[in-house]
Design a protein around this ligand. Sequence first.
Ligand SMILES: [Fe+2]
Length: 536
Amino acid sequence: MKILFSCLLLFLITDMLYAQPKWPRLTYRDDPATTIAMAWSGTPGTVYYDTIDHGTNFNQYAQSKTVDRTTTHKAYNHHFVRLTNLTPAKVYYFVIQYNVSATSARYSFQTLSDDPNQPMSFISGGDSRKALNFLGLGDPACWGNGCRETRQDLNRIVKKIRPDFVAFTGDYIRNFDVRFIVDSEEDWEDWFDDWMLATGPDNRLIPIIHALGNHEDAADLDLLFDVSNTDIYYATNFGGNLFRFYTLNSEPADVCADVIQKNWLINDLQQHSTPSNTPYWKIVQFHQPMIPHAEYAARTDMIDCWASEFEQYGVRLVCESHTHVMKTTYPVAYDATATTSYNGLVRKDTTGAVFIGDGSWGAPPRDAYPPIPNVTRDVEKTSGFFFVNVNQSRIQIQGIVPYADSIANIVQQLDDIQGTPLAAGTPLWRVGNGSQSFIIPNYSTITAVNKIAKQEKRATLMPNPATDIVTLQFKEMPTEAVTIEIYDARGKKCRSYANVQEQYFRLDVSTLCSGVNFINIVSKDDVESHKLIIVR
Ligand SMILES: [Fe+2]
């Protein structure tokens, strides 16, 4: 007995010291051109990284970073390392060194370009939870090979087509059901195991931007993935000003009553709709759909309190989830005067947003209920997700469906070119009444380019990057007082100075977060925005 106990103890200690870090994964907390947030579970360690591949020889890597944060959640420890000041559009290689000399496998990721001329592609999808079947009650049978197997197949497709990132619209696992409470620890283990199937054959990791669903808690996304905002709403620019990507939290029962989120959203949309600071595109994702097609009623609170803002500030693509179908709409926007509408939403080709969804990354697909709304372009009961390719003049959308035996035909992508078109052989869904691809044209591209090109900045920031003091230097003495506002990368206002009328205005930035911040000069006619990098 003593020997058995000793062996068991030895095994546990050995496992603790030598077990490989589990489930390496990536997300963005900040500018995806210059930062990455890494996570893994189990064994603690140090990340060694470089733009040169040194294999598993950790001491040859030029840079290293110790753990910034550790959490304990769902039966594991999770370790987070936040890398900053990275070079845009570069492949980085890294290992996790643990227990003096042991290292993980060598992994890689690619920082995104900050040049809006470079296209970008991402996958939008959600609802990867397993089905519930209990004494004949619960979800209908899963589609294809079964819920978990379909999730795995879709992850294998991510691996093959190698998008620049994944935008995940929630419902990762099933942690609660009205019939009984389910312990979700094993569900999360399975989810992480399955997500590893999206890792490239060269150990390339694909970052995820996380949205909150109703089957997990905000704490799960914070403690498992190190998301940048514990209330799960945030926004980040991609490709410089190619597009600004918003993640919203649709879990409050009434988003109109969630005034903090709504004010943040409107403020951020305003800040990114000025002549000198307008991205080519604004894209939004959230979990519960404004325009559902199965099981649930439309969220009229979201239509009332978000839809008009989407049109006013030029949101042209909305990614939804939750009802387990594949759907696309025409460009739609709110119109209170319309005599025929879908809860106030009507088709508006040049100013509306296209809604895609609704979360079918393995969760049991549902029958679309009749009648199909007249704003709907297409809907089908099937599993899948969307491939979205963005350049300055258009967004191209293609639906992907894991038809049986089709994954082997997809050509494995191995290049490091951002915005690569969809891999040959990818099985496509008919996204629009028979068509396998549709385009959202950018009706405002020429205006946006001209405005950005014509606008000459009235001030500069010195130095930039800065550490503690930065001077806002106007080319000429302002003829009227302006307001100086400082925003963090998520669009949260950190500080404001009213009635500034000095040619050289000193700002103490020593208490601001390192990374990307924005300094806005607000006058009565314009808002001029400057990106400020803070390094420490
Ligand atoms: Fe859901």
